[in-house]
Design a binder for this molecule. Structure first.
Ligand SMILES: [Zn+2]
Ligand SMILES: [Zn+2]
Length: 193
């Protein structure tokens, strides 16, 4: 899989970081299973780097997941006829079981976010000395949708340096293997797969 990228470049020193930092699959693991870990780009004072960090600002992403699954379940269980089909079809029953498990997983994500809001961690080192990157990135997809184009000052200052990060569309698309990073509900890395 290949995707367009952009780079954040400091206008005072030689720091560069790629938008690929938050790529990949991030999941939490608890005793009942896994659920998605929402993340954003942030600055970690301990890594002294731009890093992926936890993001608890968007509970709607979990809520939408739950709503979808409930909606689908309802659409296949609402009548006696549906119940009859369900009794006949193992595939339907398996599907319903999967939707239930997914809805429960999203609910655990929602609950964890409520519990942990304000204690976001760096997803590289586990430090809480992180702040979200709130600079403005104004690179745009090229007409053919293949690469990001443009260059703009982001308004976000390089901590400890004072230079400003400039976003630059990259001429290249990058392919990478999507690995999965698994975290405890407290935000500590458990495994990379
Ligand atoms: Zn700098
Ligand atoms: Zn860190």
């Amino acid at each position: 899989m290949s995707m367009p990228t952009y780079t954040l470049v400091c206008d005072r020193c030689d720091f560069r970081a790629s938008s690929m930092k938050t790529w990949g699959i991030f999941e939490y693991q608890d005793t009942e299973g896994r659920y998605p870990c929402n993340r954003q780009l942030g600055w970690c004072a301990d890594c002294n780097d731009l890093v992926p960090m936890e993001d608890f600002s968007n509970p709607d992403s979990y809520a939408e997941h739950i709503e979808d699954r409930l909606h689908w379940l309802k659409s296949e269980t609402y009548s006696a006829w549906q119940a009859f089909l369900n009794a006949l079809s193992r595939r339907r029953r398996t599907r319903h079981q999967e939707w239930l498990v997914e809805a429960e997983a999203a609910l655990r994500g929602l609950r964890n976010g409520q519990l942990r809001r304000g204690t976001e961690r760096c997803l590289k080192c586990g430090s809480q000395a992180v702040s979200s990157f709130d600079g403005c990135v104004d690179v745009r997809l090229s007409d053919d949708g293949m690469v990001f184009e443009g260059r703009n000052p982001t308004g976000y200052l390089h901590p400890g340096c004072g230079g400003e990060f400039v976003a630059e569309g990259s001429e290249m698309r990058f392919s990478m293997r999507f690995f999965t990073r698994v975290y405890s509900p407290e935000g500590y890395l458990l495994a990379e797969e």
